[in-house]
Design a protein around this ligand. Sequence first.
Ligand SMILES: Cc1ncc(COP(=O)(O)O)c(C=O)c1O
Length: 372
Amino acid sequence: MAHPFFDIHHSYDADTQEALLERWRRVLAHGAFVNGPEVRELEAALGQLLGLPEVICCSNGSDALVLALRAADVGPGDEVLVPAFTFFASAGAIARCGATPVFVDIDPQTFLLDVEDAVSKITPQTKAAMVVHLYGYPADVQALTTALQQSAERPIAVIEDAAQAIGAVHEKGTVGGMGVAAGWSCFPTKNLGAPGDGGFVTTDHAEVAERMRRLREHGGGRQYYHDEVGYNFRMDSLVAAGLLELLPRLVGFNAARRLGAEHYRQLFAAADLADKVQLPTDHPGHVYHQFVIRVTQREALRHFLSERGISCAVYYPLALHLQPCFAALGGQPGQLPEAELATEEVLALPIYPGATAQQREELVTAVAEFFA
Ligand SMILES: Cc1ncc(COP(=O)(O)O)c(C=O)c1O
């Protein structure tokens, strides 16, 4: 049996397809294809679900991060601390604002930004830090904010990259409401995936929300009058309609991911592979956008599994300070050892809600065979 890494069809069963077509017919009827009534309805529904007062829907998660950074006044001449081990958009958004990403190493257990290393990289130009709730693990935004401010003796804006963490919960506050603002992604493979590109920003601050709303539409409060240069980062009504249909299922999707993660843990424990396979650190509020193990013979294992029809993925194969587009910043191999080692060892196992117990059993059996 072939084991896909991800299967979108689980989200779009026959009933969902029918309901979705009905919603799309309503969009066709009113004809407001961009930022239409569905977008406003979705903003309200997301706000309620996340427990955040301000939600602004936009084109995708990458643009959401640009909105969040711009609303924190990040621009040319500023430095922004960002983990070197994350999806490219976390740093790409900083560069798109004209600022300089300053790459920080990671904690090898959680894969999140290493707070001590971040503090050591503060300079007079440090304007902000981007914290990434990577793989759906909720980061301690409060601890980072406090550490940065104590060391710098001035406020440093923390922006949350919550693209992979919808539904994640932290005991100290609401994910997406602990920094100045947060960017989220609804790319089809995310925990709440849209039938298209989509994203949103959240904040707890009304004035930040107002600015992000303006920036989303060319920086104007009134049509054809522009206070600053913004963007066209609007959301399509068809995408919002799709997300409204899927949103009520998010809690179930995330619960299925957590159950899958727990099952993997049981299977790996029973297979007695603790000295070969490092399992991801758990947190009660983790939503397992990815279930990522660490192994020293990653490429050989991946090949072995793939020959048995089992697909896994590598997030991410090259640390950001070593990406060609950032070469001018002077990143060198060996500078951020934990981030670099992670790129060689991480392997994401299938964890989408429709993955079956049998798939997980076969996968762990194959991993045990590989190490035998
Ligand atoms: C951590 C992280 N940040 C930002 C993004 C960007 O989101 P999008 O693909 O919707 O632009 C993603 C998407 O993969 C992501 O995983």
